[in-house]
Structure formats: C-alpha cells, structure tokens
Design a protein around this ligand. Structure first.
Ligand code: CXF
Ligand code: ZN
Length: 372
C-alpha cells in the first residue's frame, strides 16, 4: 500500500515527508494505522548525525501508537482493530535478557539502528517510489501514516486507551519514569535532582514525586520547563546545576542528593560530572540522555568514586520491561497517578514535523506529538 512518511536522506539532514511504498505484513508482523507519534529528541539525534543509522533514507519516529490494520499470516494474538503502543525496543521474549526480566536489553536491540528486519539485513518493509529501500527507525518508523512492524515491537492495549496521549509510554514515559524508580532505585525521603526537564525529565520528576522523594530539584535553563516541572511535582526548580547542588546540600545537612538523573537534550561528559558532584556518599547518577556517538570520557574525580562509593549507571528505557511497564504506566495514567496530557504541549500534522523540531530546540515544548 501507499503511505506518507518523514524520512532523512542523510545526516546531518532534515525530515522530508514523501510518498512511500509499504509492504503487507509477513508472518510475525502487523501493519498499523498510526494515531499519534511523539517527537523524541533521539530522532533529532538521528537528524544531526549524533546517532548514525546503517541505511539512508530512514523513516524516523519511535514513540507511537495506532490501530492494527492487518495481520501477517500465522501471527497469533492480534486482529484488525486492536490498539497497540510501540516499544522503541523490541522484546523477543526468548533471549537470556528477556527471560530474566530485562526486556530493555533484549538481544534484538542490537539491530534497531539497522533499518531492515531483524533476521535479514536485505529485507525492508518500506521503499521509495523507485523501489529503493527505506530503513525503519528502531524497526517501527512511527513518523508514517501507516507502518509495518514486527510484533516484538508492539504492546496490545485495551480498547479505551487514548492513543494520542498513551503514545508517550513507548519512549519518554517509560524512559523517564524507569530512570528514577528502576535504574535509580529511588527511596521514600530521598532528595533527587533531575537535570533537564523536557519530555523525559518531566516523567522523571513525576516518578520521583510519586515514589515519595522528599525533595525533587528540577534543573533546566528554560523557565517554561521549570514551571511545568513544578506543576508535575518538583519541589524546587532552578536554572543551573550549581544552584541545584547547593540546594541539595542545604536540604541534607551538607550531604547532597541521593540520586541525580541526567536527562538533558544532548549529553557530554561534563553533564555527568556535574551530576556526580551533586550526589552524596553512595549517591547514584543515572545517565539517560544521549549525545554524539563519538563522545568519550567522564571527567569525575576518581577518588570520590572510590572513597564515597558513588555510582554512575546507564539507563535504557529506564531499565524497564516494555511488555509489563507500558500496561502498568497506562493503569497509573487511568488512575490519575501519572500525567501524560500535561506533557503534550503541541500537536502537529506530519507535514509540520520540522516546525515541531524547531520548537523543541527553541524550548517551547515539553513533548510535541504528531497527530495523524
Ligand atoms: C533511543 C535509544 C537509542 C536509539 C534511539 C532511541 N532511546 C530513546 O529515545
Ligand atoms: Zn525516544
């Protein structure tokens, strides 16, 4: 069938909305009519070249939700009309990681920037009009009116799910929430610093507040984002890590934060070093943000690492399990215990995708969402 999708022809580059040929689903696949797609900073990292993919053009987007249009042959568990939220990380269910409760590290994750099907580097579901292959970002390409995906990447959700909000569960929500409650192992009474409060940081703020953190210090140079973080449960909101560290220390008898989560837009080693300076003995720094693939080095005082037993932990999808965490967060949303609507500041048409990313850079959005 024909669809329209936002592709990058090269990196650095800009998204271009073009006609695409989309294949029928094969065994183990579904074709989905998209309802909404969040505009994550990681897609911008693909556009800048921070995060290179194996095949260009690539159709972007990895935070989406939609309605099953057709189901591949011999593919159990799905029917046309089912609602699904995509996980940007596939979960095969069988590898060592999936079967030990670490679906975020499913072995298929190694293939998400390849653009083809997992099992065949020459098998693509999207093509340009001239027949040349188009890679699918994270295997899903949510910046397309329709997309064909492996069921490994889909989580079926109840009929009453508002997909235009719940699409955030596939990346920002799970990543931000899990960075605090799973990777960061926040405890009631903790003082927590969230460094950067865009879409992912805003979820991290909520997670810390609802998990019982005593102090949640949001850090962002953009005043609008600080105000939004305060509405979502931040007890303090400041523009710099210097201020955040001083506040954390003043609230903890000079000790510092128990947890600092780095959710800035483009990370460097210096951000991690600032977070490291803000945490107490045995404090944890969770590194969630992405930066350029060539970045190496974290300039932290090594003695402090050893003698204060500080920890630096990477976090992918918040160390969570998409198949159980997406439904869990959805239940929390329905119970009013997890805010998604408040994060979605602007909805865009697919054709306005570049305006959406300009707005992200201008700091006028928490999360922009494409509505189909
Ligand atoms: C990223 C992780 C690296 C690949 C692109 C998606 N996660 C969330 O945005
Ligand atoms: Zn993302």
């Amino acid at each position: 069938m024909k669809t329209r999708g936002a592709i990058l022809r090269q990196a650095p580059g800009k998204f271009e909305v073009v006609d695409l040929e989309l294949d029928d689903p094969r065994q183990g696949e579904i074709r989905v009519k998209m309802v909404a797609s969040g505009m994550c900073h990681s897609d911008d990292h693909m556009a800048t070249g921070d995060l290179p993919v194996a095949v260009y053009p690539v159709c972007g987007g990895h935070e989406g939700a939609g309605i099953v249009e057709s189901v591949g042959p011999n593919t159990a568990g799905y029917a046309p009309g089912d609602k699904v939220i995509f996980s940007f990380l596939p979960a095969c269910g069988h590898c060592e990681w999936c079967s030990t409760g670490h679906q975020n590290l499913c072995d298929l994750g190694a293939l998400v920037l390849v653009g083809s099907r997992w099992d065949d580097p020459n098998s693509f579901r999207m093509h340009l009009d001239d027949g040349s292959p188009v890679g699918q970002a994270l295997g899903i390409s949510t910046f397309s009116e329709y997309t064909t995906v492996a069921v490994d990447s889909a989580v079926k959700v109840p009929e009453d799910t508002p997909l235009e909000k719940a699409c955030l569960l596939g990346c920002a929500a799970g990543t931000g929430w899990g960075s605090v409650v799973r990777t960061g192992e926040v405890a009631p009474g903790d003082t927590v610093v969230i460094m950067g409060v865009g879409g992912i940081g805003a979820m991290a703020v909520q997670a810390a507040a609802t998990a019982g953190a005593e102090n949640v210090i949001a850090v962002d140079p953009v005043a609008f984002k600080r105000e939004s973080a305060q509405r979502l449960g931040a007890t303090h909101a400041v523009a710099s890590m210097k201020e955040a560290t001083e506040i954390a220390q003043s609230l903890t008898n000079g000790q510092g934060a128990a947890l600092a989560v780095v959710t800035v837009g483009v990370i460097s080693g210096d951000h991690i070093a600032e977070a490291f300076a803000s945490v107490r003995k045995q404090g944890t720094v969770v590194v969630t943000a992405l930066g350029n693939v060539t970045n190496v080095g974290i300039p932290v005082p090594i003695l402090e690492l050893t003698l204060y037993e500080k920890k630096i932990k990477g976090s992918l999808f918040g160390s969570g399990n998409p198949r159980s965490d997406i439904p869990k967060m959805l239940r929390l949303y329905h119970a009013g215990k997890l805010q998604l609507d408040e994060l979605i500041t602007t909805e865009y048409a697919l054709d306005d995708i570049n305006r959406g990313y300009e707005d992200m850079h201008a700091g006028t959005n928490i999360r922009g969402v494409i509505r189909y």
